[in-house]
Design a protein around this ligand. Structure first.
Ligand SMILES: C[S@@+](CC[C@H](N)C(=O)[O-])C[C@H]1O[C@@H](n2cnc3c(N)ncnc32)[C@H](O)[C@@H]1O
Length: 223
């Protein structure tokens, strides 16, 4: 196996392959921004613990390519919140691949939110705002009155907690996209269905394969 480094040309090839497997045709500008983001994350992760995914291949596939899975479900020009965004996944990658989106990234741990601010500035991501708050405090501590067409999250919490945090942030007809591992359908099956009332939400599951690794992943989509 050849040695690949975060953000080098082989790393970009891997991400490009992963993006294509998920139906996205990445342009060179998006690939280069992701590469720069990967280099910043790798450097920062040497100093402070921001993410347990450190292997460059895993970064390309499990962080960057996987972050693209919600793209087909997000309408053009949408206002999107990523809650519990950690070091910026999927939010910052969505903002890079979809400059039409207005992306709000919400993360409660200060060092992670600060890293995202640094990365967004370095990468010139003018469509991103980062809030170091808890998602459930959006209405009081966030941008008052701003509601979202889509609230996405990955590896955040169980579905009932996600719904309780995301629902108050939704614009009319907004949707919640929870990125889950292989057991999204089972989690939805086990969800207390009273969580889907008032106002009513419909739920569905879209399964996909993590590119290259072929591991099963799922999106639980509430709309
Ligand atoms: C397992 S990490 C996942 C990070 C990122 N979404 C990813 O997939 O790489 C979960 C993140 O959610 C953040 N978090 C947990 N509860 C939160 C809340 N109520 N509001 C905002 N962030 C939260 C944690 O601080 C942590 O960074």
């Amino acid at each position: 196996m050849t040695l690949i480094k975060p953000g080098d040309s082989q790393w970009k090839d891997l991400l490009s392959q992963g993006a294509k497997a998920l139906g996205q045709a990445p342009d060179e500008n998006a690939l280069e921004k992701c590469a720069a983001f990967a280099r910043l994350l790798a450097q920062a992760n040497n100093r402070v613990n921001l993410s347990s995914i450190r292997d460059p291949r895993d970064m390309a596939v499990k962080h960057f390519a996987d972050s693209l899975a919600p793209i087909p479900y997000i309408p053009e020009g949408a206002k999107v919140a990523d809650i519990g965004s950690g070091a910026g996944f999927p939010g910052l990658v969505l903002a890079i691949f979809r400059p039409d989106l207005q992306l709000t990234s919400i993360e409660t741990i200060r060092k992670k939110a600060n890293f995202q601010r640094h990365a967004a500035l370095e990468l010139g991501l003018s469509n991103v705002k980062i809030y170091n708050i808890r998602a459930e405090n959006w209405k009081t501590e966030g941008d008052k009155g701003l509601l979202f067409d889509a609230v996405v999250c990955r590896a955040l919490s169980d579905l009932s907690a996600i719904l309780s945090w995301a629902r108050p942030m939704l614009a009319p007809k907004g949707q919640i996209i929870a990125m889950k591992g292989p057991k999204g359908a089972q989690e939805l099956e086990e969800l207390d269905k009273s969580c889907l009332n008032d106002p009513p939400l419909k739920a569905r599951v879209a399964e996909y394969s993590l590119p290259i690794e072929k591991a099963k992943r799922s999106l639980v989509i509430f709309s």
